[in-house]
Design a protein around this ligand. Sequence first.
Ligand SMILES: Cc1cc2nc3c(=O)[nH]c(=O)nc-3n(C[C@H](O)[C@H](O)[C@H](O)COP(=O)(O)OP(=O)(O)OC[C@H]3O[C@@H](n4cnc5c(N)ncnc54)[C@H](O)[C@@H]3O)c2cc1C
Length: 452
Amino acid sequence: MNERLRERAGPELLERLVHLDRRRPPPPTAPPSPPPGDGADFDVAIAGGGLSLLLAPALASLGLRVAVVERGRAGDVHREWNASGPELCPLHESGLFTADEVDALVVNRYREGVCRWHGGGAHPVRGVLDHAVDAGRLLAQVRVLAEKRGVTVLDRASVRGETAGRDAVALDVDGRVLTARVMVDARGATSPYATADLVCPTVGGVVAGLDVDPRVGDILATTEGVEEGRQHLWEAFPGRPGETTVYLFFYARAGDVPPGALVALYDRFFARLPAYARGEARLLRPTFGHIPGWSRLGPAPRAPSPRILLFGDAAARHSPLTFCGFGAMLRTFAPAARAIAAALDGRRYRAPDLFPEEPIHRFTGALARLIARPGPRPDALNGLLDAAFAALGSMGNDAYAALLQDRMRPEEFVEFLRRTAARRPSVYREAAGRLGPLALARWGGRVARSLR
Ligand SMILES: Cc1cc2nc3c(=O)[nH]c(=O)nc-3n(C[C@H](O)[C@H](O)[C@H](O)COP(=O)(O)OP(=O)(O)OC[C@H]3O[C@@H](n4cnc5c(N)ncnc54)[C@H](O)[C@@H]3O)c2cc1C
């Protein structure tokens, strides 16, 4: 398998994958507790300079002294992101960018997206993930803004451990100690506190040479049934002319992903890509990783101190169904910056609430758990998803888009369940079999309470 992958992806990518797959973070260090008082070096230290870098200029513009510690280079991004037009608005509403600058970050807009299921139908939707964003340019500009606003950016610097005291947190940065009144843990899936119960291993990247319609995005698509206990899904978003971002992924419970999963998934990506999309595919920029998700059916990821604030993937407060961390980050970064500033301004510090919970997430986590354990019958899950998306489509574009954009109301969700059950009466039995009685009872209770 590795030979085929080496040939298609190149030795360097294979090496990076094997490294990521095998990587076990070293045990954290524990720097001395910072002394009480207000002598911290910074107000906020952000550990990790990936997408959460958005927080840095927002905090600095509120007058806070901010440091970003990134083990690579802060703002270097190896991903591509899509969002709908309204989801991009916080970028200019927050004052970080002008509306024209945001417009210039969009490399493609498409007419509609589609969810389609093997053996079932195609279910189009408009206004969802239909703007492809130049992720590299976005974060490069965020970094420039951060530096202009006085943020201290430490590149190639790893947070090796941290100790929270009463008034501050001490961070061990490659053996040097840096202190901050709060630490924002934005280390993504590798944070020691990233204990979310679901994970979405994802591989793929920007591909040239595919024969796809640049005006249509594949939001979710399956081309086969359950194999080896997993339902693999594809996603393809046309980007710059001649380029398409293509991902292959599966949903899993966090403990169910063995070492080597990303290498195996990439091998599958290359082997099955010709059956998914026509053309002479050439991988231009590989992107891969694990996206955490929290089902809301168990405990949330938690930091050990109110002075350590989980953010982004470490907190996994985005949709457990779509794993759209980008859209969630756009909604969150500006209010989170204000909440942190308010908490540090008060006479008595209290951990700020960075994530007002979207009501829909209390319901959709069960669906994600169901996809994570799809059961032994190869096409049962495709049948269920097809019935669910046909039901969603029958509720109209707004309801369909609302589910994928985390803004569906509880009453709408119940109507969606009712319509799905009408199309597929076995749905409750199937859910009971896969979720287990406890999770099903917890979930059912929530749905019932939401209607009171
Ligand atoms: C392949 C892939 C494709 C994706 N596609 C989409 C998409 O299309 N749409 C969407 O909405 N979401 C997508 N996501 C999810 C989205 O990218 C994440 O939700 C988002 O990047 C999370 O931001 P973050 O800042 O929490 O973490 P990241 O952006 O992952 O950043 C974490 C940063 O922390 C750094 N770091 C880690 N440990 C340390 C340490 N000890 N010290 C210092 N630095 C450290 C890392 O180097 C990294 O730069 C995708 C994710 C992956 C993996």
